[in-house]
Design a binder for this molecule. Structure first.
Ligand code: AMP
Length: 627
């Protein structure tokens, strides 16, 4: 039987390679674009979500069109992030593994440029690049693009959001006028339209799915809770889905870190991904997530861009994004490669209007979901455990030797009693925790008690002291003593003016006497540590809970997108969980998740190399559509 990729015009060598990857039939976007792109004579605009098979949609035609006997760059693929760059290059290498003399290079920031230059010198036909590093290499006159026939602009909307427009202009000006440009974008805001017009000649346009429509495999749900219950709601959703493998989105780096820290403390297998981590740290976090050694990835929008991890079961919008368009990108992290996924928004009743706006934009209805009761969670966990016990692989060789002793121990118990006791081992812990769990669902218009709660939760300093956040901590190898000298040296204050120092992982809090706080701010204005901008903020300033804006929370300059304050996090939230009994006994095997906890060292070293484009978290937000 002829392979369907062959029918689309793909040659045997490439078909065999994609077969090895498990691609049996083309995805809809591949079916539609491959025949058009194979002609090689048109510019092209593809409106397609991530995770739909876009890389093969343009990658396979490219492999057919390139002359691999010639060792010159003939295709240039520009994409917004290092992660996506590596992913595309890796896919193309896999697709072309049977093609003689095919060379693909990935060019991205935050990695050794010499190695990339060496690969380019050795001769490549396909360059996959992030704009910043590409421009750097062009500036060094280390690449010749005069033979480029195809330029692919992948995730064009994201590249513009990240402020790469000028870089793209400069890069494209070094390529021949008669090249063909293929642009892919998940959304089609006016700016993308404009660049399509500017760079392209009568492009063939294909819309995969409806414009701006989220992937059809994704269900959208929202839960209405009171702001103070957000964290408890998040935990309840996670507990109700024992097999969850999710990305949780927060608006700010601070919230991201804060929620991850709380989840870890509460025994969840979670970690944070945001722009205050070094590239090395982010790679480590991503590796753990990809390998499913972590269940919950707590991320900012920017850090999560281009994440291509299959089988993500849920995307959780802990806070709604600032820009409406970001929702499509967030939810696109699930429902990839034909799988189904759920995108959840945890909102307060005042945000219901935003859900309606989202429904209009993605052309799909959201389902109003009810947070499960504590009893529901216990039941769900119990049966998940029962299911696991039933399906566990028994290592007869190892366990057999203990069976007589075990049987002895249980001699006075009936089969039913033994089962009850095994099931109770885990069940009791959930029962303890959830036996008096309140109903977290809030009615529309129910904002009772928000004000008082928020006020209390601010991370206030001791009497006469101002509590400050600093984005350095123990992973930067600071001791309390080091931190004290660091504060005194840069803030130009005496040690006696410094109060409590609360050293955390990638950040810390410290107190200074109220009357020197301004001086400290001033002193830290342009301080760097290991090439990283040191940032201090008033803890609790702005007093929003869980990323919620209050009184139009102030935007910060250099770290666009991040709001001040909120360091207080969830203290006073769902307290019963705090380091609760759930950790005791570690992970009992049939367990719900890795309860074993983890040391801070798991985060790996810190500091040094920022990712390409410096700290772009938040991007050039102004251009994006606000609510
Ligand atoms: P992409 O949108 O290119 O990032 O692809 C999303 C995921 O779908 C990747 O893991 C691909 O390996 C996978 N994929 C792409 N095309 C196919 C196909 N025809 N059959 C099965 N999986 C595919």
């Amino acid at each position: 039987m002829t392979n369907p990729f062959q029918l689309l015009g793909i040659s045997d060598d490439v078909v065999n390679a994609v077969k090895d990857l498990g691609f049996e039939t083309p995805t809809p976007i591949q079916e539609q674009s491959i025949p058009v792109l194979l002609e090689g004579t048109n510019d092209f605009v593809g409106l397609a979500q991530t995770g739909t098979g876009k890389t093969a949609a343009f990658g396979l035609p490219l492999l057919e069109l390139i002359d691999f006997k010639v060792n010159k760059p003939q295709a240039l693929i520009l994409c917004p992030t290092r992660e996506l760059c590596l992913q595309i290059a890796n896919d193309l290498k896999n697709f072309s593994k049977n093609v003689a003399n095919a060379h693909v290079v990935a060019v991205y920031g935050g990695a050794n440029i010499m190695q990339q230059l060496r690969e380019i010198r050795q001769g490549v036909q396909i360059v996959v690049a992030t704009p910043g590093r590409m421009l750097d290499i062009i500036g060094r006159k280390a690449i010749d693009f005069t033979s480029v026939k195809y330029v692919v602009l992948d995730e064009a909307d994201e590249m513009l959001n990240m402020g790469f427009q000028d870089d793209i202009n400069d890069i494209l000006s070094t390529t021949p006028d008669d090249k063909k440009t293929w642009l892919f974008s998940a959304t089609m805001p006016a700016e993308v339209r404009r660049i399509a017009k500017k760079y392209m000649n009568d492009p063939v346009e294909l819309t995969m799915g409806t414009k701006n429509t989220g992937n059809v495999n994704i269900e959208h749900e929202y839960y209405i809770v009171r702001a103070r219950d957000k964290y408890a709601a998040l935990k309840r959703i996670v507990d109700f889905n024992p097999e969850i493998f999710a990305v949780v989105f927060c608006k700010t780096k601070l919230d991201t870190q804060d929620i991850a820290e709380h989840l870890i403390k509460d025994g969840y297998n979670a970690d944070a991904l945001h722009g205050d981590l070094s590239q090395q740290q982010r790679d480590k976090v991503m590796q753990r997530f990809r390998e499913r050694n972590m269940q919950l990835l707590i991320a900012t929008d920017v850090a999560a861009r281009g994440i291509d991890v299959n089988n993500v079961t849920h995307v959780i919008n802990y806070s709604l994004p600032d820009e409406i368009e970001s929702y499509t990108h967030r939810s696109g992290r699930t429902g990839r490669a034909g799988k189904t996924g759920i995108s959840i928004c945890i909102i307060n009743s005042k945000e219901l209007g935003k859900i309606r706006q989202l429904e209009r934009i993605i052309g799909k209805q959201f389902t109003k979901a009810e947070l499960p009761t504590g009893f529901d969670v216990c039941e769900k966990q119990l049966f998940s455990l029962v299911h696991k016990v039933h399906n566990v692989e028994v290592n007869n060789e190892q366990i057999d030797q203990y069976i007589p002793r075990i049987m002895d121990e249980f001699a006075d118990l009936s089969k039913e009693d033994v089962i009850k006791r095994f099931a109770s081992l885990e069940f009791n812990r959930f029962l303890d925790y959830y036996s008096k769990a309140p109903d977290l669902n809030a009615a529309v218009g129910d904002d009772r008690g928000e004000r008082g709660e928020r006020g209390e939760r601010r991370g206030r300093g001791s009497e006469g002291y101002t509590r400050l956040f600093i984005n350095l901590g123990s992973v930067d190898e600071f001791t309390r003593g080091d931190m004290l000298s660091f504060i005194c040296n840069n803030g130009k204050i005496a040690g006696k003016s410094v109060g409590k120092i609360d050293l955390k992982g990638v950040f810390s809090f410290f107190e200074v006497e109220d009357d020197v706080a301004d001086k400290v701010f001033e002193g830290f204005k342009s301080v760097e540590f290991n090439g990283r901008q040191v940032r201090i903020e008033k803890s609790g300033d702005g007093g929003r809970e869980g990323g919620e804006r209050r009184g139009g929370g102030e935007r910060r300059g250099g770290f666009g997108g991040e709001r001040r304050g909120g360091g207080g996090g969830f203290r006073g939230g769902d307290r019963r969980s705090g380091g609760s009994g759930r950790r005791e006994g570690g992970n009992s095997g049939g367990g719900f998740r890795d309860f074993s906890g983890r040391s801070r060292d798991d985060k790996g070293g810190n500091s040094g190399g920022r990712r390409e484009g410096g700290n772009r978290e938040g991007g050039s937000g102004e251009r994006r559509k606000k609510w």
